[in-house]
Design a protein around this ligand. Structure first.
Ligand code: PYL
Length: 268
């Protein structure tokens, strides 16, 4: 996974950017609505105030990302849960949260970001949460995916989950990656169609889930395309922004919200 940097998450969740009103316009749902659907609930809102969450800063590997725990905490509070960042870090922070009796513990090192449900010993991981959240967003923006052609760009953790999720949603899924054998492995495992030429694949698809840290120039983008694009860095040139019907992106909020709601669901 591509590591976030403090500048990418500065002010996340940010009222000035107002992700909810952009998402409402593109998908008809808020972040919470997408997270609830992703977790399997058939409602747009739900009282989650009974859930207590501890966010534990993790110093191992490349260390703490300034603002990361605070952003996760704020995202979870925006869902209506009662959340705080632990004073201790790492194992100390984990023990502190357990002693405090929280329902969920959220923590990330360089390879894995999880929402751990302390009452059920089950966890939801960010790769699945991101793939599911952005697939639900794409489905709503497209008015359903049954029988529609969808391109997944990137065959890493998020892309691999997205291939499976989108196929379960009834889409005809193609997958591409700059390392073609990775896309081919997903074809062999799940039956998605592996495409070798990324630019050609992009120009032929109007529904795209981009799970790669890649930037695409506007002349490669199909007119009226809908992009559901968690990948960072995130950039669309002027032509791309003009041609795309919708570009759904945020650096952290959708994936984190899905993780929290899905792990909370284990207790219900
Ligand atoms: C979870 C994000 C989504 C995209 N990239 C992933 C990433 O940046 N992972 C690294 C997270 C490290 C967090 C650090 C801290 O502040 O606790 N250990």
């Amino acid at each position: 996974m591509t590591r976030l940097t403090p500048d990418l998450i500065e002010g996340v969740p940010d009222d000035k950017i107002d992700l909810d009103s952009r998402l409402l316009k593109m998908t008809g749902k808020t972040v919470k609505g997408i997270a609830l659907e992703a977790a399997g609930f058939d409602v747009d809102d739900m009282d989650l105030s009974g859930f207590r969450v501890g966010v534990v800063p993790i110093t191992s590997g490349l260390g703490v990302i300034s603002g990361f725990s605070a952003s996760v905490d704020a995202i979870v509070r925006r869902l209506g849960m009662d959340s705080h960042v632990t004073e201790g870090t790492d194992v100390n922070g984990f023990a502190e949260a357990v002693d405090d009796g929280v329902d969920l513990i959220m923590m990330a090192d360089d390879n894995k970001f999880v929402a751990y449900n302390t009452k059920t010993n089950r966890q939801t991981d960010n790769s699945w949460g991101t793939a599911m959240g952005y697939s639900v967003a794409l489905k709503n923006a497209a008015g359903g995916l049954q029988g529609k052609d969808v391109l997944v760009i990137g065959a890493g953790y998020v892309g691999s989950w997205a291939v499976r999720i989108l196929m379960e949603m009834g889409a005809n899924v193609s997958v591409t990656d700059i390392v073609y054998p990775k896309a081919k492995a997903l074809e062999d495992a799940y039956g998605a169609k592996a495409l070798e030429d990324v630019d050609d694949a992009l120009s032929k698809h109007k529904l795209v889930l981009n799970a790669a840290p890649a930037i695409f120039s506007g002349d490669r983008i199909a007119e009226g395309a809908i992009f559901s694009t968690p990948g960072v860095p995130h950039y669309f040139d002027e032509e791309g922004r003009r041609k795309a019907r919708a570009i759904i992106h945020d650096p952290l909020e959708i994936g984190t919200a899905v993780m929290a709601v899905n792990s909370a669901k284990y207790s219900l």
